[in-house]
Design a protein around this ligand. Structure first.
Ligand SMILES: Cc1cc2nc3c(=O)[nH]c(=O)nc-3n(C[C@H](O)[C@H](O)[C@H](O)COP(=O)(O)OP(=O)(O)OC[C@H]3O[C@@H](n4cnc5c(N)ncnc54)[C@H](O)[C@@H]3O)c2cc1C
Length: 396
């Protein structure tokens, strides 16, 4: 028996998801996007097989695993050319936040649907005037009797058109100090005062991005994740907002790493297949080291990024939120960079064909860059490591 980093269960999950991914493949996703549709067939089948909710608790219909397993699902679908970006948002961020901090009622209402894919939740934190500086968000909830009134703007929110609710990060005023503190609200997209506008993106992806305007959106008390301050669970709701937010961010980063590694592997595989066959001198172009070495480097970078992603997922699943924070940031950085380089090199390896529709690689160049900027940019991760890991002073 050879030593291995992954358990037999993980390997079996990887193989099973890879087989599902191969049955759909890149062509399926390209066709779906061209038709202006969403990959509902793949989403439904993956949900039925239990892959979309592997990380969610068993008692609410999930697989009882962790972010390790969900990352395997996303990586393998991506490697097959059909990543489902909403996996990052719906079960990983929103599912995690609700499973860890939701009231019993919120868990029963949302988790079974998020787990089998019949319900989808989007996640909105980014604001036009705050961007990377999430301390500056101004979406604010104020009390109106037992209800909340939520007002603000969000931008680049993925999948709102597919979502049964959007988990919106806002702020409420601390009754004692008057300071604004973060809070998470479950907002139905058909609520009065909630408007969405699609943003035209240069991306060939199944998920659309939206700008949201919330104008005094009236929400019942139980729209607040964890319930209000008077809730039986006491520590939930308004006081727990920051904790809830951070709980969702580590899975988000691990999953973005999985998205990036899957896409990078897909591009690299296409390039290697091509480089083995394409011959314009005496040997296939893959025999030229100028072609072979960058592909080998891309492979090494993706493998290294995966190791860090596995570390981050392992720490997170073991309950070490702080350790997972550093590793998840590093994994997302490494994976984003590895993905951008792998896709760039793959496009280059195919020469002119790298830019054709038929080979479908050029469209990945913009998609790959998403992993460098979202959900947290390369520079903000370098800032985090500079300050948190190295103890260097801040410039901002
Ligand atoms: C396809 C896509 C999907 C997305 N989906 C979602 C979603 O579902 N939900 C959601 O809430 N958000 C989503 N986002 C938003 C994403 O998280 C933001 O785009 C990202 O956080 C960066 O914010 P920004 O675009 O405002 O850039 P800015 O904050 O304006 O940054 C612009 C540039 O300045 C750099 N920069 C900023 N501050 C510093 C600093 N202190 N030091 C050094 N450099 C700095 C950044 O690294 C970046 O390169 C999505 C974005 C994209 C592109």
């Amino acid at each position: 028996m050879s030593a291995t980093l992954e358990t037999d269960e993980h390997k079996a999950l990887r193989a099973a998801v890879a087989a599902l991914g191969r049955r759909y493949g890149r062509e399926y996703l390209t066709r779906t996007v061209a038709e202006g549709r969403r990959p509902v067939e793949l989403w439904a089948e993956a949900g039925k097989l239990g892959y979309l909710g592997v990380n969610l608790p068993e008692e609410y219909g999930g697989g009882g695993g962790g972010i390790t397993e969900l990352a395997i699902v996303l990586e393998e679908l991506g490697a097959a050319g059909c990543p489902l970006m909403m996996l990052v948002v719906s079960p990983a961020i929103c599912g995690t936040v609700i499973a860890r901090f939701g009231t019993e009622e919120q868990k029963r209402t949302w988790l079974p649907g998020l787990a089998d894919g019949t319900r989808i939740m989007a996640f909105g934190i980014t604001e036009p005037d705050a961007g990377s500086n999430s301390h500056r968000i101004t979406t604010t909830a104020r009390r109106d009797g037992a209800d909340w009134l939520l007002t603000g703007r969000k931008v680049f929110i993925s999948g709102v058109d597919t979502a049964d609710a959007v988990l919106i990060v806002g702020r409420t005023e601390d009754a004692r100090t008057g300071r604004l503190k973060p809070c998470l609200f479950i907002v139905p997209p058909d609520a009065e005062g909630f408007q969405r506008r699609p943003i035209e993106m240069e991306l060939s992806a199944a998920e659309k991005q939206f700008e949201l305007v919330l104008d005094d959106v009236r929400l019942p008390a139980d729209a607040l994740v964890g319930g209000g301050p008077s809730h039986a669970f006491g520590s939930g709701g308004e006081d727990a907002g920051l904790l809830q937010l951070f709980a969702g961010l580590n899975p988000e980063r691990v999953m973005t790493a999985a998205f990036a590694i899957g896409m990078g592997r897909h591009a690299l595989t296409r390039a290697v297949e091509y480089a083995r066959e394409r011959t314009v001198w005496k040997t296939p172009i893959g025999a030229h080291q100028a072609i072979a070495h960058p592909l080998a480097q891309a492979h090494i970078d993706l493998e290294l990024a995966r190791l860090m992603m596995q570390k981050a997922a392992h720490l997170y699943d073991a309950g070490d939120d702080v350790g997972a924070g550093e590793a998840a940031n590093m994994a997302k950085y490494a994976a984003g960079e590895a993905c951008v380089r792998a896709v760039d090199q793959a496009v280059h390896t195919l020469g002119g064909n790298g830019l054709t529709r038929e080979f479908g690689l050029a469209s990945l160049t913009t998609a790959a860059r998403v992993t460098r900027i979202a959900p947290v940019s390369r520079e903000m991760i370098l800032n985090y490591v500079s300050h948190q890991s190295l103890g260097l002073p801040k410039s901002y």
